[in-house]
Design a protein around this ligand. Structure first.
Ligand code: OGA
Ligand code: MN
Length: 294
């Protein structure tokens, strides 16, 4: 097995990039994300995002308006159908139980402790997310990111051949527990009926093959008996759990993670008991395409 090793530290005239792990992740310093991005900086950030898959920043104490402006520089922004701040529909709050009463509207439990890519219940799942920490627990609450291209690459040839043409069903079931009436649950399921995505996705910008099933939103492989689908999904969900495909990020207030949601999965480590408050803006993506073109 070969794990691609990324170049060591590079400097551009615009900012410094320090890779954090061989497989993915880089820390970017010497940049102020509160300022509008000029074209060369924007291009260099996009290139870094595609190359390192998740890029991290420290001490970016953005206002909500600045956070939204940063995201909007990279594309249209999503509004989450279940979780969004009343006055800022493009901001998805993730709020620990300790803070919930002060900051209603957030959630914590669905994806904590579960590997996933975001919003694959959408026909056009998010391209990227920019997550900012506002309040840190004194210890714990890291996020782990995994390289889903490496997760695919290192499958054995037989499994690759088996999954290359398959599709899977993704849905919003995980959110139903957060809706308090049947009416709301029905409305969500009508607005977002189950969708079928390729199990192996061709990354629309890099052309790489990506393992595109995740344990939060993917239910079933199409055309396989249930037991076989469950067994294959379990094997594929496990593939992102290998530490050699991962980078682990410890947050502080003002820290940002900006990930390519088409090429990674992530895992919120639920090991803290104090307040933790995150805010995310999410960039609209396109319809996933498999190796056969559909
Ligand atoms: C997310 C997410 C992880 C975290 O923002 O999509 O899963 O650690 N967050 O809060
Ligand atoms: Mn997530």
């Amino acid at each position: 097995m070969t794990v691609q090793t990324l170049d060591h530290r590079t400097s551009t005239a615009l900012f410094d990039i320090t890779p954090l792990q061989p497989s993915l992740g880089a820390l970017i310093t010497g940049i102020d994300l509160a300022q509008p991005l000029d074209r060369p900086t924007y291009d260099a950030l996009r290139a870094a995002l595609l190359k390192y898959r998740v890029i991290f920043f420290r001490d970016q104490h953005l206002t909500r308006e600045q956070h939204i402006a940063l995201g909007a520089a990279f594309g249209d922004l999503e509004e989450h159908p279940v979780f969004s701040l009343p006055d800022y529909p493009q901001i998805l709050p993730l709020i620990s139980d300790e803070l919930k009463e002060r900051l209603p509207g957030g959630y914590r439990r669905t994806s904590d402790g579960n590997w996933h890519a975001d919003t694959t219940f959408r026909a056009e799942p998010s391209a990227a997310s920019i997550l900012l920490q506002r309040v840190s627990p004194s210890l714990g609450g890291d996020t782990v990111f995994a390289n889903a291209v490496a997760a695919y690459d290192t499958l054995d040839e037989e499994t690759k051949a088996r999954i290359d043409g398959l599709t899977a069903i993704h849905d919003t079931r995980t959110f139903l527990q957060f809706l308090d009436t049947e009416e709301k649950r029905d409305a969500l399921q009508k607005a977002f009926p189950p969708v079928e995505h390729p199990v192996v996705r061709i990354h629309p910008e890099t052309g790489e093959k990506v393992l595109y099933v995740n344990s939060v939103f993917t239910r079933r492989i199409v055309g396989l008996p249930e037991a076989e689908s469950d067994a294959l999904l379990a094997l594929l969900f496990n593939q992102v759990k290998r530490p050699e495909f991962q980078v682990r990020w410890s947050w502080r207030p003002g820290s940002i993670a900006f990930w390519d949601n088409r090429a990674t999965q992530h895992y919120a480590v639920p090991d803290y008991s104090e307040a933790r408050h995150m805010e995310r803006v999410t960039i609209v993506g396109d319809r996933p395409v498999g190796p056969g073109g559909a």
